[in-house]
Design a protein around this ligand. Sequence first.
Ligand code: PEP
Length: 253
Amino acid sequence: MKRKTIIAANWKMNGNLALVKEMSQQLNALQISDNVEVIVCPSFPYLSSLSDSITHGQLYLGAQNANEHDKGAYTGEVSTDMLKELSVKYVVLGHSERRALYKETSTLVAHKVKTVLEAGLTPILCIGESEIERVSEQTETVLASQLQPVLDELGIEAFEKIIVAYEPVWAIGTGKTASPEMAQATHHFIRAFLAQVNESVAAKVPLLYGGSVNASNSNELFAQADIDGGLIGGASLKVDEFITICSTAKGLN
Ligand code: PEP
């Protein structure tokens, strides 16, 4: 099954207009392998300038969150319609920082996935286990419990339009990366879990790995059979490093 390689930058609450300018200039000039897509997800205030600066046909804009409601009295929140006006195509949902710091449950994340899909945007659904869950061999149970509410609310068909990002919490921003073999085994589990419901949908779902991906480890990770690219935090803020990751990624899955 031929799938695209997707490289998504999650700037988190970092970056500024200077980074928007430099990153977009460098990315616009980049030779990117066919079948590779690059998505940049800055904080909301920078979406507009990034949207104006992107000219490369394989470069897309993503948001780091969206509200589950269409509009209304939700001070401080951002709707999918607002994102669409800025040419956003992807929305990161259920990032472990939002689950841990803002108490987003898997049920809420499933509601957000529904809202984002109904708006015609593509969710990047983040799932992942903590260190203690990995050590106590709970990884598969945790991942299943994060996927199941989306299956319950939207059915397997929704996964035709969802990107899943597997991000072990213990590897995010820590410099600890899952080995390519460990990441591949977990990605294989995720695909097999979805395949129990529908094999052909599962075979097509893009599965990204996230957790301390950098220019030195990206190619080995992305070469694994069930890894279709990465969600990249820290390394996506360093223009040279992110450019190396994008320019050396091959769309060969
Ligand atoms: C992330 O925040 O999604 C992430 C993977 O961060 P980092 O690459 O810094 O570990």
